[in-house]
Ligand binder design. Structure first.
Ligand code: MF3
Ligand code: CO
Length: 277
């Protein structure tokens, strides 16, 4: 059953979403060469608890951490380890929390220090595909329109769109109906209606779309070892423009006054537009 949220529930979702954005923003600032994945997990968990929220992933289907950290050829669900980030890494940070019964879920992919041009391009195109999908997520359109927007963005680059994992409805549970596929053939004709809240999350590989699950039973990696990128936002369908519930905009505004330009530039990761190099 696809839920329609009331104005009151949407206000709750907005709160949770903003907390998710805050965590991802702080992680983006912290993700530097020499920092370990488990340290990033700890930052996410501490900040979440300090805001009075709870990490959404911890304990979910037995997952033991608060954050997913997927490095280079890892697609999603990478487990935070003591591995330290090094210059040139491409890291996906996927984070969700629950506050007052409502969930938010979002992901960004970051380049650590200087990264290759092909990595920058993969990140940019993947982010573009997310925003194209969000633009298509309007009342009266269908889930196929969302998927088509992603496919149309990716096709010219001949990247692989991961099919085994999809976006999802979200609200009082992390995963609700409907499934939000990133390719048209996998998407239903379900009509989007104002008040629906969904997480859209394209996972894009530089090479084959095929993926494998590693021996830890969680980490999903590209079959051919090529790079992968992943961006995700929780959004609400409205009568007009879709509403970004995990937008960074308020956090960036607040940060503007006391952040150096380098950090602000890195803040652009969660936003529409270019990935800073
Ligand atoms: N963010 C992921 C999603 O959108 C959830 C990670 S799986 C978990 O479905 F087990 F780590 F929670
Ligand atoms: Co998700």
């Amino acid at each position: 059953m696809v839920q329609i949220r009331s104005a009151r529930e949407l206000a709750q979702m907005r709160k949770s979403g903003e907390m998710v954005a805050k965590v991802l923003f702080e992680l983006t600032k912290a993700a530097k060469p020499g920092v370990s994945l488990i340290e990033l997990n700890q930052i996410a968990e501490d900040l979440t608890l300090s805001m009075g929220a709870k990490p959404a992933f911890k304990g979910y289907l037995g997952y033991a951490h608060s954050l997913c950290t997927s490095v280079n050829d890892q697609v999603v669900h990478g487990i935070p380890s003591h591995r330290k980030l090094v210059e040139g890494d491409v890291i996906g940070l996927d984070f969700g929390l629950v506050y007052d019964g409502f969930f938010g879920d979002s992901a960004v992919t970051l380049g650590i220090g200087k990264v290759s041009d092909k990595a920058k391009k993969l990140m940019q195109v993947t982010k573009d595909s997310l925003y194209a999908a969000i633009d298509a997520a309007r009342g009266g359109n269908t889930l196929k329109d969302i998927a088509r927007a992603i496919e149309d963005t990716i096709r010219p680059h001949k990247y692989g769109i991961v099919k085994e994992f999809v976006g999802h409805g979200i609200g009082t549970k992390l995963h609700e109906d409907p499934q939000v596929a990133n390719f048209e053939a996998g998407a239903s004709n379900l009509k989007l209606r104002p008040g629906m809240t969904i997480a859209i999350e394209p996972m894009i590989n530089e090479g084959t779309h095929r993926v494998k699950v590693l021996g830890d039973k969680w980490t999903v990696a590209t079959e051919d070892g090529s790079l992968s990128a992943h961006y995700e936002h929780t959004i609400a369908i409205t009568e007009g423009e879709p509403e970004l519930l995990t937008s960074w905009i308020n956090i960036l505004k607040e940060a503007e006054t006391n952040l150096d330009s380098e950090t602000l530039k890195r803040g652009a990761y969660g936003q529409r537009g270019s990935n800073p190099s």
